[in-house]
Ligand binder design. Structure first.
Ligand code: HEM
Length: 418
């Protein structure tokens, strides 16, 4: 039995004690997602109250149905001024798409969706496969490598540079800055806690300049497409019908953060899952038609983003618990994705799991991940490229996790070809 399977079978039935584990403390996630704790919380008939690192009181939502209900009720549960908690709780100005409510959110969402139109995504498939194959070939040449740094981190950034049509001569600087924007709060990446923000600022300034340049010199690239987009009916809402160059620059920099660390986690987590469950790896190798369901199962299993929060704009209730106007609720996707009310045998990694209504891209509603089609494509291409190499690989050191309660991340995964 694998270690993962062994731990997940050790189910206890103790009553929930809210003091038992602090979900806002990154140390609680030091050995991985505290699934046993979440399982006990899901069995409780009441919501759990917690406290954020700045003292703000929070309600923890751990059931699939509660997370989905709150995500879909954007009138009652606002994303403004932020959906982040603990060390990532910043209140950026100007606000990024994730932290806007309707109608401002609807305007940005509709105007930017063109970047992810089906034809644009289809055109990215071959470049993504090329990037995957190149990264895997480089790892093979090295013989020993760090899957997190050498592949999982590079893949999403290189894809994003491709999506945004960033000029080739600027890509190395972007990749250099980008490396430092992941694992915020972890000393190795974030230094004294400012390195990540400094690198992010450099990316933001570059993209802002680039968008302003494209506004003066349009071509047929992604920036020009976004600058050219028009929104019918925006005038009736009293909103501008087009994006300014600064809005395009801000959106592009949001993609760099939203689209990179998430995919990075799913690549490392997916490899760990397939190596932890060799029967599932064999099954996938024997039947490639399972690639789509395997991709979804990796997303459920890993749940890269552990949670986001919302703020009640009026007195309301969730699962019978009154929530006062102004109070925040934390939607634990990591727990919802193991909810035994929705998933049969949820602690089993099953590459053929169907249906698989995981909430890794959010619980539905207006903010559901705008890049989910791209993320699925990247992960699927990676699994397809890697699946036959995995039996030749062995892990040479225990995976190292960064200190975070926000991402289900592995910052080092040292491996070698046998
Ligand atoms: C495995 C990869 C990914 C995961 C797990 C993920 C997860 C999420 C989640 C949980 C949300 C929030 C939903 C909510 O608040 O209700 C979100 C929003 C978002 N994601 Fe992703 N994401 C991934 C990849 C990407 C990619 C590749 C991009 C773009 C290139 C992207 C761009 C965004 C943006 C812009 C938003 C904000 C959408 C809005 O507020 O309307 N994501 N994502």
């Amino acid at each position: 039995m694998t270690t993962q399977a062994a731990t997940t079978q050790a189910v206890t039935t103790q009553a929930v004690t809210t003091q038992e584990l602090d979900l806002m403390d990154p140390k609680t996630f030091g050995n991985g997602i505290p699934h046993d704790h979440f399982r006990r919380l899901r069995r409780s008939d009441r919501l759990i109250r917690g406290t954020d690192t700045d003292g703000e009181s929070l309600w923890h939502l751990v059931r699939h149905r509660d997370v989905a209900a709150v995500s879909r009720d954007a009138r009652t549960f606002s994303s403004s001024p932020t959906t982040m908690t603990s060390i990532r709780k910043v209140d950026p100005s100007p606000p990024i798409i994730t932290f806007l409510d309707s109608p401002e959110h609807t305007r940005i969402r509709k105007l930017t969706f063109k970047a992810f139109a089906p034809a644009r995504l289809a055109a990215l498939q071959a470049p993504i496969r090329r990037i995957v194959d190149t990264l895997l070939a480089q790892a093979r040449d090295k013989g020993t490598f760090d899957l997190a740094e050498d592949i999982a981190l590079r893949l999403p950034f290189e894809v994003l540079l491709e999506l945004l049509d960033i000029p080739h001569e600027d890509r190395d600087s972007m990749l250099g800055w980008a490396r430092q924007t992941v694992n915020l709060g972890d000393e190795e990446y974030d230094g004294d806690g400012t390195a990540g923000q400094d690198s992010f600022q450099k990316i933001y300034e570059y993209l802002l300049d680039f968008a302003r340049h494209r506004a003066e010199h349009p071509t047929d690239d992604c920036f020009s497409l976004l600058l050219d987009a028009r929104l019918n009916g925006a005038g009736r809402l009293g909103l501008p019908d087009r994006l300014t160059a600064d809005e395009v620059g801000l959106f592009a920099s949001t993609l760099i953060t939203a689209g990179s660390e998430t995919t990075y986690c799913s690549v490392t987590g997916g490899v760990l899952a397939l190596l932890d469950f060799p029967d599932q790896l064999d099954r996938l190798r024997a039947d490639r038609s399972l690639l789509p369901s395997a991709t979804n199962e990796v997303l459920r299993w890993v749940t890269p983003v552990t949670h986001f929060a919302r703020r009640a704009v009026t007195d309301t209730e969730v699962a019978g618990q009154p929530i006062a106007e102004g109070e925040r609720v934390v939607m634990w996707y990591s727990s919802a994705n193991r909810d035994e009310e929705v998933f049969t045998d949820p602690d089993r990694f099953d590459v053929a799991r169907t249906p698989n209504p995981h909430l890794s891209f959010g619980g539905g509603g207006p903010h559901v991940c705008i890049g989910n089609g791209l993320a699925v494509m990247e992960l699927r291409q990676f699994l397809e490229g890697a699946v036959d190499l995995l039996p030749q690989l062995e892990i040479t050191a225990p995976p190292v996790r960064p200190e975070t309660n926000f991402m289900n991340s592995v910052k080092h995964l040292h491996m070698r070809f046998r």
